[in-house]
Design a protein around this ligand. Sequence first.
Ligand code: FNU
Length: 215
Amino acid sequence: MTSHKERKLILALDVYEQDRALEIAKCTADYLWAIKVNWPLIIGSGLRIITELKQVTGLPIIADLKLADIPNTNRLIASRVFEAGADYVIAHGFVGKDSVKATMDLGKTIIVVEMSHLGAKEFIQPAADKLIKMANELEPFGVIAPATRPKRVAYIRERLKKEVKILTPGVGAQGGKAWEVLKAGADYIIVGRSIYASENPRESARKLHDEIMGV
Ligand code: FNU
């Protein structure tokens, strides 16, 4: 069994129900570096799910709220989320440095530099160079880059400070391949539907974990 620190797989636990979330988290935990919670789970189960997932799995929790507000509102939201036990919060960078700093002052932050869907090409991709520059100045824990575009991950890795991690959603259901994006320079891959919506989430997580550890 790998130690949690060696692992590179993050589960995107995008289900609504508390019981289902806890069950999937428990049965996949052996293969995960962290669990990411997003609005669907927080809306469905409340903020307490963060505390519960931590208690049940002992894994780091990433709150994917994509904070994109004025500094004061980012602060109001992030403070409660960190209090609930989140270890990392994801924030949008395009709202500007002051908003991102408000989150970073409260805890470890991950900045969205480029998203994985097609529409990301419209506004976010053209701004990526500026967002990379911001990340190099602020030195957050990490940035989000698209597993659906390994060449963009390599581009971002070349320009980003070594200490800043790259987390990549888009593996599996969105078409990205784990080994390809890790070779391009990603530190962690984020996988949702290919695990939680599969017939056997534990087995799906194990297969991805083994594939990744072989890279
Ligand atoms: P799956 N996610 C994403 N692309 O997919 N946070 C981004 O650019 C981004 C994200 C999230 O497709 C998405 O919201 F910034 O089922 C979901 O929670 O594997 C997860 O990553 C991908 O889920």
